[in-house]
Write a protein that binds this ligand. Sequence first.
Ligand code: AHG
Ligand code: MN
Ligand code: MN
Length: 328
Amino acid sequence: MEQSRIAHSIGIALDRFIKNNQEQFQYASGELSQLLRDIALASKVVNREVNKAGLIDIMGALGSQNSAGDQQQKLDVLANIRFTRALSKGGEVCALISEETESFVDLNNEGKYVIAIDPLDGSSNIDVNVSIGTIFSVYRRKSPEGTPIKDIDILQKGSEQVAAGYILYGSSTMLVYTTGHGVNGFTYEPSLGEYFLSYPDLKMPEDGKIFSVNEGPYNSFSTGMKNYISYCKEKNFTARYIGSLVADFHRNMLKGGIYIYPATNKDPTGKLRLMYECNSLAFIAEQAGGSATNGKNRILDIEPRTLHQRTPFYVGSKRMVEKAESFE
Ligand code: AHG
Ligand code: MN
Ligand code: MN
């Protein structure tokens, strides 16, 4: 979108923005627009629940574990239900990959799209009133419609995403997404129940001074990673780590910075999940002028082998990611 058109559209409601920019969607037949609206609607429901978290009995652990063996929080499960319901009712999505379900869900419909979702990211922060999020990736299905879902539909590379986004339930609630034509951010106005464009054509600063890494497992970091952290400290960079990937990523995108979750003894291939955490944010980072790698290779080029595959993750301002990689 040209600059003048963007400037004029600040404050435009999400629905109208999607409609006005329909031509930017690959295969612009309206389904992808509807899918984004479904996600926005489900996020409003989740936002309401997140905001009431201390008042009704939805905080705390559920007593079960998810696909990755993490403790499931009640809100993890609730958010998964909200998004699954909205997307299956919509009919545009034929299959769903979620952090909260072991295998993918075949919705047995004619939908053209496959979604990978982390319904609630940063769940350790739910009970302590710290920002959390939702992350999603959208793919086009490859096998013919009306046939059972196959691996080629599910295990697609990040570079094949047709859209990606996140919702940040923070001091305000935001929805940020890309369809491969730059990144736009919308802020939720709760009294009107609507998202409005607040950050048109978001660009990540090329360089920055914020580094975000959990240094707890420092002793098991690679020598390169340890040296990069020393470099950040020698340069007097600022350390910021919320522990919610969406929130850390969002801050770094606005201010310039790098988020790293490296390989550790506990998680030798990193902790974060390729399909519904890293790919989506990598696509957004690149669309905003930043970059995302596993320390060596571009995240979007990684061929996924399993749904819940993990990867080391370096994402943020282009120069900072290059510098961090040079230490590996
Ligand atoms: P999730 O709540 O979806 O399992 O994701 C948690 C992730 C991510 O949000 C965060 O950056 C990271 O885990 C925090 O991990 P540490 O507590 O190990 O730093
Ligand atoms: Mn997560
Ligand atoms: Mn999660």
